[in-house]
Write a protein that binds this ligand. Structure first.
Ligand SMILES: Nc1ncnc2c1ncn2[C@@H]1O[C@H](COP(=O)(O)OP(=O)(O)OP(=O)(O)O)[C@@H](O)[C@H]1O
Length: 240
């Protein structure tokens, strides 16, 4: 799919996020405006603590209790998703916007096989007949680079390396065919070779699944190599 820079799939406008820890709410992220277009990989970068992760959490309705959006709008396909209730956010995360974060590695249940967890995820949007479901699972695991999906499916998460678990999580997310994947620092804690592997994989998935990817990263060298566009936040949390 070719990216057309006409109608953004996601539009963040003058976003302000404030912390309510103190009596008076104080903005931590201010004036964040950017557009993400269908099928592109957009990198969001900037110094540590400038608010990249908070921006990602706001887009999927997962800000922690003490943080709130205090100004601005977030449009997904022209709909202001800041008006959503809890159920609509859940639906959006289930079928449209997936967020991959480092912490989500712990999101795999340690006492259930990969297969059980993947089947459960896959069936959230559509009940798959067993045979078709199995074929689909295998094909998705192939897409994220597993040459022997059966071994992975029968494994428990603790039997897999961190990199393998990350690919399993990616496979789970991809199985729901999101329109947007937000990958928050997917290469942190990886060595140079594995960083390249993850980014190459994301690039392949971007094309194969016609997904838009918002890549949050500090890895300037690779960002320029893989992203179609790069935007930068400053210390005060605004886009520069
Ligand atoms: N739940 C929270 N309550 C209050 N302040 C928070 C909360 N989460 C993050 N912050 C603060 O908001 C600011 C932005 O944090 P955020 O994690 O979004 O930065 P970041 O740009 O993603 O940083 P990094 O690149 O290091 O991951 C930081 O100063 C952080 O301490």
């Amino acid at each position: 799919m070719r990216t057309t820079f006409i109608n953004p799939i996601l539009s963040v406008e003058q976003l302000e996020i404030s912390s309510h820890v103190m009596e008076k709410p104080s903005p931590i992220v201010k004036d964040v405006t950017f557009q993400l277009y269908s099928g592109e990989m957009l990198a969001l970068t900037g110094p540590s603590g400038c608010g990249k992760s908070l921006t990602a959490q706001a887009v999927v309705g997962l800000l922690e209790r003490e943080c709130k959006v205090t100004y601005g709008n977030i449009y997904y396909k022209s709909e202001n998703i800041l008006d959503y209730d809890v159920k609509s956010w859940q639906m959006l995360r289930r079928s449209d916007i997936a967020l991959l974060i480092q912490h989500s590695l712990n999101g795999l249940n340690p006492i259930r096989t990969v297969k059980k967890q993947m089947v459960e995820t896959m069936n959230q949007n559509k009940k798959w007949p067993r045979k078709e479901g199995n074929i689909y699972l295998h094909s998705i695991l192939h897409q994220v680079g597993f040459s022997d999906p059966d071994d992975i499916l029968s494994a428990y998460p603790f039997e897999l390396s961190g990199g393998m678990r990350q690919r399993v999580l990616l496979a789970m997310m991809i199985s729901l065919k999101p329109k947007i994947l937000i990958a928050d620092e997917p290469t942190t804690a990886l060595d140079v070779i594995n960083r390249e592997k993850v980014l190459t994989l994301l690039k392949e998935l971007q094309y194969k699944f016609e997904m838009a990817i918002l890549l949050i990263s500090h890895d300037y060298e690779n960002i320029n190599k893989y992203a179609d566009r790069v935007i930068k936040m400053d210390q005060g949390g605004s886009i520069i």
